[in-house]
Design a protein around this ligand. Structure first.
Ligand SMILES: [Fe+2]
Length: 384
């Protein structure tokens, strides 16, 4: 079954939709694409197949893959150089969040004269940009970040070691291909971690303050899809329906979080960069601690989610579901089961969490002390 959606951008969904990649280029009038994917994927058979079939149409096809997880500004610069030298007129980006973020940033930066850091997601910095940006086709091979439907890229500034969010509305790819066949070989461990990232996006977006019923509706359905399919895909990676549901939920999460994220992400980002911990895994660990910390402010919202996804209409049933889900996905309950954080490091992490852009849309206003407590409770395994 093939489906074509036009919200939030053109999304082609279904098994083997990757076969339509050449038509996607044609639709966007791309005559000379740069294919961007990361180092770890380039040797995989399914990427080789995609390359071979695209080379039938574009015999001169160039590939940029000189980067892996947690991309830095220099990776984007190198890609931009190749794009310009090769006179590319569009980017086809395939992979997990890092690859999609780099691909989107290459297309964007190829049209700019300022450095990438001038487009950090602050106020209206994005208005500094030249709008003449080449089209982007994004093809996710994991179901978590939802970068394919996002208007930003996360790129690390090597000088400061801080991950910056680079934003422009035209980061949103013109065509997205969601093909469940590209995710069937994801390991159970990565399926769990990325799935929990998608869950965190939908959950935090739904609980973020503000009037945004469109985002709320998408987030609710995204959570339901994860409830239906995450355990299934974890136990049976080749279940196409579950894989497709998770890809949809991931794209929905990033569509919904235009409304905002919250403390799960604020706590995660510092441990991701300082301890190189997988982003989805840390989100999964922090989730129940943040839920119980925020309880007073989100009890009603969480009850709404509970009844929508077929649980009892209260906060506790949702919390119990999250805790059971984590157990079934073999995700530890305590942060200390994975990393050792020294007491003096909590101070630094809490300051970073406070300054994280996700903090502004947490349901309750947070101080540094609150983050300290949330880190301590997560280390001890104590819910609020
Ligand atoms: Fe995330």
């Amino acid at each position: 079954m093939k489906f074509n959606w036009n919200y939030p951008t053109t999304v082609w969904v279904g098994k083997n939709r990757i076969d339509d990649l050449a038509s996607a280029c044609e639709n966007l009038n791309i005559k000379n694409p740069l294919l961007v994917t990361d180092k770890d994927l380039i040797e995989l058979p399914f990427i080789k197949n995609i390359l071979a079939s695209l080379k039938k149409k574009f015999s001169q096809l160039r590939v940029f893959s000189n980067f892996s997880g947690n991309p830095i500004g220099e990776n984007v610069e190198e890609g931009v150089e190749i794009f310009k030298k090769n006179n590319n007129d569009g980017v086809v980006t395939i992979g997990g969040g890092s690859a999609l973020d780099v691909g989107k940033a290459i297309a964007f930066m190829s049209a700019q004269t300022r450095p990438i850091w001038d487009f950090e997601d602050i106020g209206d910095y994005w208005k500094r940009a030249n709008n003449n940006i080449s089209p982007i086709i994004a093809i996710p091979t994991t179901a978590g970040t939802g970068s394919e439907t996002g208007r930003a890229s996360a790129i690390i500034n090597k000088k400061t070691g801080v991950k910056k969010i680079i934003f422009h509305p035209k980061f949103l790819p013109s065509i997205v291909i969601l093909d469940p066949m590209l995710t069937v070989d994801l390991s159970p461990r990565l399926t769990a971690a990325t799935g929990m990232d998608a869950l965190a996006h939908n959950l935090e977006a739904f609980c973020a303050p503000g009037f945004h019923p469109m985002a709320d509706g998408i987030a609710l359905e995204g959570i339901k899809l994860i409830k239906t399919s995450l355990i299934t895909a974890f136990n049976d990676g080749r279940n196409i329906e579950a894989r497709q549901n998770l890809l949809a939920a991931s794209s929905m999460g990033s569509t919904a979080f235009q409304k905002g994220l919250g403390a799960i992400h604020s706590l995660s980002h510092p441990v991701n960069s300082k301890f190189n911990m997988h982003h989805g895994l840390s989100n999964a660990i922090f989730m129940p601690y943040v839920l119980t910390f925020n309880k007073k402010f989100i009890e009603k919202r969480i009850s709404t989610i509970s009844s929508f996804i077929g649980l009892e209409n209260n906060f506790k049933s949702f919390l119990d579901w999250i805790i059971t889900l984590r157990k079934e996905l073999k995700i530890p309950h305590k942060l200390s089961e994975l990393i050792q954080i020294k007491p003096d490091q909590i101070e630094e992490l809490s300051q970073m969490a406070l300054e994280d852009p996700s903090t502004a849309t947490n349901p309750s206003k947070l101080k540094k002390e609150d983050f300290k407590k949330m880190y301590e409770y997560s280390i001890e395994g104590k819910l609020f």
